[in-house]
Design a protein around this ligand. Structure first.
Ligand code: NAD
Length: 257
């Protein structure tokens, strides 16, 4: 039996962590591709530039303050988007944090915080979106992992979370395919954003020196920019990508995985 799933006339996307960096580029890209975009971030005031960029494309933008690792906050935020814009059917779980430490120095707090923001949030957000996916019989989930999923010194918490994102997403693909929903992963390599600048500052290195250090297995000879990652997200979110699901795409200037 061939099932054809028709996208809704208005595609409404939610991007978590879209106040800056990769999430901001994803929000703009999805707007350019015809989505209205809601950004969920810790402080909606910080999303002003991202919303301006979305609205400059002619699409609607809205910002909602939410800690996406908090169950009640996620419930309220998704309901607010649905009430304001209509049912959201594209979800990009992009919010992420680091709390690096080698194993002996890693606290339970470091572990839980990183797992909660990078992985638990993807579960909470996806679960909250599911009724909209079912009702619309169409949807796209794109989750942000990392090359760190393959293992990194001092990032056991982050590596576990980002590897978890991959297993979680493949399971979503299996569960939700029958409702016309695809679920895929974009796993970036080194991208210069506030996240990586903070790491450079912490280890007392310039971002230029850190970039040189990160060029191992990178054959294009440069660091990534947020738009490189947004481009991959745009592909998975596209209406025409209906036959691509459960995939992990490393966007890292070289082959990984
Ligand atoms: P960033 O730190 O610049 O931006 C992260 C955004 O997430 C911020 O706006 C922050 O306020 C928001 N955020 C953090 N905790 C949140 C929470 N609990 N609820 C809601 N929002 C929250 O990071 P980035 O470099 O743009 O990274 C974006 C994603 O890409 C992350 O998932 C990150 O792990 C992943 N990633 C980044 C790189 C890189 O090199 N920059 C590489 C691989 C993967």
């Amino acid at each position: 039996m061939t099932q054809i799933f028709t996208p809704p006339e208005t595609r409404i996307a939610i991007v978590t962590g879209g106040a800056r960096g990769i999430g901001a580029a994803i929000a703009t890209r999805l707007a350019e591709d015809g989505h209205d975009v809601a950004i969920l971030d810790l402080d909606r005031e910080q999303c002003a530039d991202s919303i301006r960029a979305v609205e400059a494309t002619g699409r609607r933008g809205m910002a909602v303050s939410a800690d996406v690792s908090d169950e009640d906050a996620v419930r309220r935020a998704v309901a607010q988007v649905a009430d304001t814009f209509g049912p959201p059917t594209v979800l990009v779980n992009n919010a992420g944090v680091l709390r690096d430490a080698s194993l002996s120095k890693m606290t339970v707090r470091d572990w839980d915080f990183v797992l909660d923001v990078n992985l638990r949030s993807a579960f909470l957000m996806s679960r909250e979106m599911e009724p909209h996916f079912r009702a619309t019989r169409w949807g796209r989930v794109v989750n942000l992992s990392s090359i760190a999923a393959l293992g990194v010194f001092g990032e056991a918490n982050y590596a576990a979370a980002k590897a978890g994102v991959q297993g979680f997403t493949k399971s979503l693909a299996i569960e939700l395919g029958r409702f016309g929903v695809t679920a895929n992963v974009v796993a970036p390599g080194f991208v210069i954003t506030e996240m990586t600048r903070e790491v450079a500052r912490r280890v007392n290195m310039s971002i230029e020196d850190m970039t040189k250090e990160m060029m191992v297995n990178n054959w294009v000879g440069r660091a990534g920019i947020p738009e490189d990652i947004a481009n991959a997200v745009g592909f998975f979110a596209d209406v025409r990508s209906a036959f691509v699901t459960g995939q992990v795409l490393y966007v890292a200037g070289g082959p990984r995985g």
